[in-house]
Design a protein around this ligand. Structure first.
Ligand SMILES: [Zn+2]
Length: 192
């Protein structure tokens, strides 16, 4: 598994900035300034209270208009943390967890008994019934393939299995926000 950050000049033929910025010490300085200065502005309530994912004041511009749906300033700052070799900061996501999970439950509860629980601080959606299923709503940058699960995810899965919930799907809050039907389809039996 590897991760890469691409830096490119926006100007045709480039102005040479990307080459300069790609130098190790310059890149580290740049990333720290994004994390500390830009991060503080983005997390300030004057922005954070009004912008759940992206807006013209942070990430959106005319050039990236076709990917506005995918842009998210919290995730962007998490990627900066990872590029600097730090852990992602779950607390930024935790500030939106309650709202996202409550919205999902309101929308899908009429179709079956939905419970919300927390195991090791991670919210879990549980669809009850004869064949209960659970969706683990981890951090969007956590891997979800069986080989790449972290200790928190494997601990949560083991706890759910111990409670005889054998259908356990790894998902995340980004997917819950943008594509709630994808999360719900992981909960219902495949024979549906
Ligand atoms: Zn914004």
């Amino acid at each position: 598994v590897s991760a890469r950050v691409f830096i490119a000049d926006a100007l045709n033929n480039g102005a040479g900035y990307a080459l300069e910025l790609a130098r190790d010490d310059t890149l580290t300085t740049l990333l720290r300034r994004v994390r500390d200065d830009m991060g503080a502005q983005l997390r300030d309530s004057r922005h954070a209270d009004e912008c759940t994912s992206s807006c013209p004041r942070c990430l959106r511009n005319y050039q990236n208009r076709f990917t506005h749906w995918a842009l998210d300033w919290r995730l962007a700052l998490d990627v900066v943390d990872l590029a600097l070799g730090d852990q992602v900061r779950r607390e930024w996501w935790e500030s939106r967890e309650d709202e996202l999970v409550a919205g999902f439950v309101r929308a899908f509860e009429p179709f079956g008994p939905l419970d919300v629980e927390r195991v090791s601080g991670v919210p879990i959606l549980i669809l009850g019934g004869a064949d209960p299923a659970a969706a683990v709503l981890g951090h969007p940058l956590w891997r979800q393939d069986a080989a790449g699960l972290n200790e928190v995810q494997t601990g949560v899965a083991a706890e759910l299995q111990r409670r005889r919930i054998t259908r356990v799907a790894m998902s995340d809050l980004f997917t819950l926000d943008r594509s709630p039907f994808r999360v719900y389809s992981r909960l219902v039996p495949t024979s549906w």
